[in-house]
Write a protein that binds this ligand. Structure first.
Ligand code: AGP
Length: 610
């Protein structure tokens, strides 16, 4: 999704600062980029289609300097990815510029009204109306003009605005899209997320919906939607910049796959009380009585987080015996779900800014549900709007394809399920103690999966030319088959489908032939024999079988073309292990095909529009 950056500094270095900040937002996905700099009482804009390096060299050649500016990476929604549609957008006078993330739903109506009043538009975007609106409301005070203008906007937005008359001012405003202010020493910043400003400052203010920030070099003032001053509390960011950089790996995705043992330890930290047989989730905001009262759990999420939700259904039903519904947030929000007062909704999101998940959460809030957010980003909208949270402590995830955040979600949801089960008396103290012992072994088990990397790479190279892949699994590993398929299609652009292995005979078996690789998750489980049978059925129809099996399972070689061995763990822990070779497989296939692994085409890291 689009990324916004802005700075008000003393020197003339704004172009460099903006480009470096935009680079940190590249992971969000974009197709064009631009900057605007205030210089000698005028605003100069430069925009380029394609990678940021194009904009960087145009800027470098121009010699443009200045201390105040805005930058933007655009992910096209309205209007093709062209230079004219790239941000920043200007008003008719050229003295006001705007950068925007989100979608203005009533832009056609506003555009018509402004055109009737004599405004001439240059682009096909919804965003340009904001610049013209601000111009029509401007009478000397930019913050007031922005305040008046956003009253007219329907939809979602985070915006940054500058006026040529105010060489040391940017104004930011948000509704349903993330925006943070970075607080520096004699300089201040604006950005879509904290990674963009971390080179300059680790002290930030997360803006709330309706907030307008007036950002000058020496001061920041925030007002709410009613125009009242907001007393803000800055947040200190604990992530280091190096955590957000590649650290020697060719891609963020590979680095993030390798971080998973540490991420699991971090997500467990301080939460397993083995002696007492308890799981401690301090910020859950549910009393034991609340937990005993839960009749049903609704889980909402999108994409990979939805797969974590599917695993959580198994966990919560098994450990806490509470019925669970799992919905795509984009589906739940447009039907009439039965959300009961007193029900529990779990919203799962790496970014905490996914528009559909936020909208579905708000529906649950209106229906009177309690909301627990399982999230990786402190201060994100989902964290702020949840009653309770379980932070997943995966650290910044930059690769667009989620890996370590997914694994941390699985761990967090497992802990939640065990807690629910213990409080409701489904699990005894001894059960929890035993689970704790096994869970503690997870980081080591994942480390040993990572040691199979070279073998997985060799397997991947055999199948790089395949046009389709099928992933099959059963039970708690069925969502892992879905995740394996999603990972492969996201980054390699190979068509892939995940299926519950028991469903093969009901249709997909017709697809099988020698050209179709089938990845089967075949680790030890209560229904191990059944999935081996499914593998055999596929194999006799000439499909190429890539099997994930437990170390020591020699018999499986008879039905497999390739086996990837992983350590044996209890079935409930197996999704956390089994997803790792699938991530590696996708990575190596995509890499070998020359794909842009970290920033796959058409995808955005943080889907802040519906
Ligand atoms: C994951 O690889 C995807 N890029 C995508 O499906 C993602 O999981 C989805 O957009 C949800 O994002 P969230 O977890 O930040 O809400």
């Amino acid at each position: 999704m689009c990324g916004i950056v802005g700075c008000v500094t003393a020197g003339a270095d704004a172009p460099r600062i903006l480009i470096e900040s935009l680079k940190r937002l590249e992971y969000r996905g974009y197709d064009s980029a631009g900057v605007a700099i205030i210089k000698d009482g005028a605003i100069e804009t430069m925009r380029e289609v394609g990678k940021l390096s194009n904009l960087e060299s145009t800027l470098g050649n121009s010699g443009l300097m200045g201390g105040t500016g805005l930058g933007h990476t655009r992910w096209a929604t309205h209007g093709r990815p062209t230079e004219v549609n790239a941000h920043p957008h200007r008003d008719g006078s050229g003295r006001i510029v705007v950068v925007h993330n989100g979608i203005i739903e009533n832009f056609r109506e506003l555009r018509k009204e402004l055109q009737d009043a004599g405004h001439e538009f240059a682009s096909d975007t919804d965003s340009e109306v904001i610049a013209h609106l601000v111009q029509s409301n401007f009478s000397g005070n930019l913050t007031e003009a922005v305040h008046a203008s956003i009253q007219r906007l329907q939809g979602a937005y985070a915006i940054g605005v500058m006026h040529a008359d105010e060489p040391e001012l940017i104004v930011g405003a948000r509704k349903d899209c993330p925006l943070v202010v970075g607080l520096g020493d004699g300089e201040n910043f604006l950005a879509s997320d904290v990674t963009a400003v971390m080179d300059q400052t680790t002290t930030v203010v997360y803006l709330d919906d309706g907030d307008i920030a007036t950002i000058r070099r020496e001061s920041v003032a925030i007002q709410n939607a009613q125009g009242e001053p907001v007393e803000f509390v800055p947040t200190k960011i604990s992530w280091s910049l190096s955590q957000a950089e590649r650290g020697g790996y060719p891609h963020f995705m590979l680095k993030e796959i390798h971080e998973q043992p540490t991420v699991i330890s971090d997500t467990l930290l301080g939460r397993l009380d083995e002696e007492e047989g308890e799981v401690r989730l301090e910020e859950l905001a549910l009393s034991d009585d609340d937990i005993r009262e839960i009749k049903r759990v609704n889980i909402i999420a999108c994409g990979t987080s939805w797969h974590a939700g599917q695993v959580a259904k198994f966990y919560i039903e098994q450990f806490a015996r509470i019925p669970v519904d799992v919905d795509y947030a984009s589906e739940l929000r447009y039907r009439s779900p039965v959300l009961e007062k007193g029900g529990l909704m779990i919203a799962i999101s790496q970014s905490g800014e996914t528009a559909d998940t936020i909208a579905a959460m708000r529906m649950a809030r209106e229906a009177g549900c309690s909301i627990v957010g399982v999230c990786n980003v402190i201060g994100s909208t989902i964290v702020r709007e949840s009653d309770g949270t379980i932070m997943t402590h995966a650290g910044p995830e930059i690769g667009v394809a989620s890996t370590k955040a997914f694994v941390s979600q699985l761990v967090a949801l497992l802990l939640l399920s065990i807690k629910l089960g213990r409080v409701r008396g489904v699990l005894t103290k001894e059960d929890v103690q035993e689970h704790c012992r096994k869970i503690r072994h997870l980081p080591k088990a994942v480390e040993s999966v990572l040691q199979t990397e070279n073998h997985v790479r060799k397997v991947a190279l055999k199948y790089v030319s395949a046009q389709d892949f099928l992933f099959i699994g059963r039970g708690v590993n069925y969502p892992i088959a879905l995740e394996g398929a999603l990972k492969l299609k996201e980054i390699s652009y190979i068509h892939a489908e995940g299926y519950p292995a028991g469903e093969m005979k009901h249709g997909p078996i017709a697809l099988l032939d020698e050209k179709l690789p089938v990845v089967a998750i075949c680790t030890k489980s209560a229904i191990y024999d059944k999935i081996v049978t499914n593998v055999e059925e596929a194999r006799v129809r000439d499909a190429k079988m890539i099997v994930i099996a437990n170390a020591g399972d020699e018999d499986i070689k008879e039905v497999a073309d390739d086996v990837i061995y992983v350590p044996e763990v209890d079935e409930f822990l197996s999704p956390i292990i089994n997803v790792v070779p699938l991530q590696l497989l996708s990575y190596f296939v995509a890499h070998e095909r020359g794909c842009d692994v970290d920033q796959p085409r058409n995808l955005a890291k943080s889907v802040t529009v519906e």
